[in-house]
Ligand binder design. Structure first.
Ligand code: 5AD
Ligand code: SF4
Length: 517
């Protein structure tokens, strides 16, 4: 790619600005005239251009020795999509000859794979950059990089340029495959290298991966989000919706099954929009799940769903069961139709409840979990009460709950953030109390029952105890020989707690009859 093509593609030219020598400069203005900075405005554009698919990723020969004698460390913040991106970056590092380390002090390259979803996620990263400064002073050859969602925000890039001269590289979520070139540039120039595409890249199929463990695997089915909920930064940082081709996903799942993985988590910011962008085939999430359920692998989950695109065909396919698990994470965000409207969720309380009824009718044993935001601008006490009543009415068994956090560049950030923090906190506490009560309630019936658990390893709290998850994603702790790690086992539940179950090991489930249900 020549310079002109790079700029046309929205590629930021590596910065030639030495921040240490010019800290007072207004970089945003400078970038506007000379470079293409990451731009939330550009990121909002949804072009008609086609997505190209590539399977020709290769590490250039000249880079093959880059990592010899060097170690990398990646700290991941945020969602499973980020965790999976870290697996890809670890794959690229390994291909370059680097060795992984989990000790920051041993690393020659440190990457922070960041999350932009709420302000406190961002603050953690800035705090960590502060902690890394003495290490950089001690080891000037150390490379520190910032990637992930925060690097797609121009305000973050400007702040790093201005204040964090310990950073050597910033690259965006669409630039991961460029890691070898970015590292090379950083070694050569010793100036901050910035490579952030505002426009999403193509889909690259054959990126290397070093997966975390060999029991459960993440598989991307699509990238980006076009929903533009008014509070959410994701459509800007992750770009427009792009679906992977069905055959590529099916092949990846088949290979994982052949390698002995027991559980697949299909990933996307809004998996229910899967396939909407295909113009040559009519193939949506329901079709994909229907094909995947025929693969001989015990468990398939997906995350995360948007109620709006949750169609009847998908429900019909999920009802077939087998390896398609009867747990659905369905973020509702609020129980008030008025708040849902200003969140631009494109469904009302009544429509959400109708969807839940349909799902329950088709899958009577279904477990539903959700995400909720409290303290959205203008949320009244009554509207918050509606969230509590919806939570009870649906019978959610777990929720991730959040205080609304304004994100610069989103429509909601222009609304007055008029709910005082103590009110937001009080609402969160009340909601969490209900969430705990309903979780404990959902756990009770397990007492005395036998459940199938995929054993993941030692319990985090007690190395003498093993832990794993049921099909409905309930954490189970029990004593058993370590040889059952990675197996699906039967556990008799002895004690139901609020968030976990304690049980007794009965035996390994001999045969997972994937096709028989
Ligand atoms: N403030 C608080 N929570 C948010 N989420 C997304 N954006 C924000 C925000 N600006 C929550 C939503 C989403 C989950 C991943 O994070 O509940 O479902
Ligand atoms: Fe954000 Fe809404 Fe897209 Fe989820 S569906 S990533 S909340 S914009």
């Amino acid at each position: 790619m020549n310079e002109e093509q790079r700029l046309e593609a929205g590629l930021v030219k590596p910065a030639t600005v030495k921040t240490a020598s010019a800290p007072e400069k207004d970089y945003s203005k400078y970038f506007e005239t000379v470079y293409t900075p990451p731009s939330l405005k550009d990121a909002k554009k949804r072009g008609k251009e086609e997505i190209s698919y590539h399977d020709d990723f290769q590490i250039e020969e000249r880079f093959l020795d880059m990592g010899a004698g060097r170690k990398f460390y990646i700290r991941t913040y945020g969602c499973q999509m980020n965790e999976h991106d870290t697996e890809v970056m670890a794959g690229i590092f390994t291909g370059l000859g680097y060795e992984a380390t989990d000790t920051v002090n041993d690393a020659d390259v440190i990457l922070l794979n960041t999350c932009a979803i709420r302000e406190n996620a961002e603050n953690k990263v800035f705090g960590e950059l502060g902690h890394l400064k003495p290490l950089k002073l001690e080891k000037p050859d150390l490379l520190i990089g910032v990637c992930g969602c925060m690097s797609q925000e121009e305000s973050v890039v400007n702040r790093i340029l201005k204040t964090y001269d310990q950073v050597d590289m910033i690259f965006g979520t669409h630039n991961i495959h460029r890691l070898p070139n970015i590292l090379h540039e950083a070694y050569m120039s010793k100036e901050m290298v910035i490579e952030v595409w505002s426009k999403e890249g193509d889909i690259i199929e054959n990126l290397p991966k070093v997966r975390h463990g060999n029991i459960k695997a993440w598989v991307n089915i699509m990238y980006g989000c076009d929903k533009f909920c008014t509070y959410c930064i994701v459509p800007y940082t992750r770009g427009k919706e792009r679906s992977r081709r069905p055959q590529d996903i099916i092949q990846e799942v088949r290979q994982l099954a052949a390698h002995g993985y027991k559980e697949i988590m299909l990933l996307g910011q809004n998996v229910n929009a899967y396939g909407k962008d295909f113009d040559d085939i009519d193939y949506r999430l329901g079709d994909l799940m229907d094909d995947l359920r025929k693969i001989d692998i015990p468990r398939i989950r997906f995350t995360t769903s948007h109620p709006r695109d949750f169609d009847d065909h998908l429900i019909e396919v999920l009802a077939k069961g087998g390896n398609l698990l009867d747990h659905i994470h369905l973020p509702v965000q609020s129980g008030s139709s008025d708040i849902l409207k200003i969140m631009a969720r494109k469904y009302s309380r009544e429509q959400f409840l109708e969807l839940v009824s349909k799902i329950k009718a088709a899958i009577p044993n279904v477990t539903l979990t959700t995400d909720i935001i409290v303290g959205f601008p203008n949320e009244t006490d009554e509207q918050f009460e509606e969230t509590l009543s919806l939570y009870k009415e649906v019978g959610f068994e777990m929720a991730y709950t959040y205080i609304y956090s304004p994100r610069e560049g989103t429509p909601a950030a222009k609304m007055v953030d008029n709910i005082p923090m103590e009110v937001k906190k009080e609402r969160l506490q009340r909601l969490n109390k209900l969430v705990n009560e309903m979780s404990a309630e959902a756990m009770k019936p397990y007492q005395g029952k036998t459940v199938k658990v995929l054993v993941e390893g030692e319990s985090k709290r007690n190395p003498d105890v093993l832990a794993g998850y049921t099909e409905k994603n309930k954490l189970v702790n029990f004593k058993a020989p370590r040889s059952v790690i990675g197996e699906i086992v039967n556990i008799k539940i002895i004690e139901a707690k609020t968030w976990s179950l304690d049980g007794e090991f009965i035996g390994v489930v001999e045969e997972e009859k994937v096709m028989s249900k």
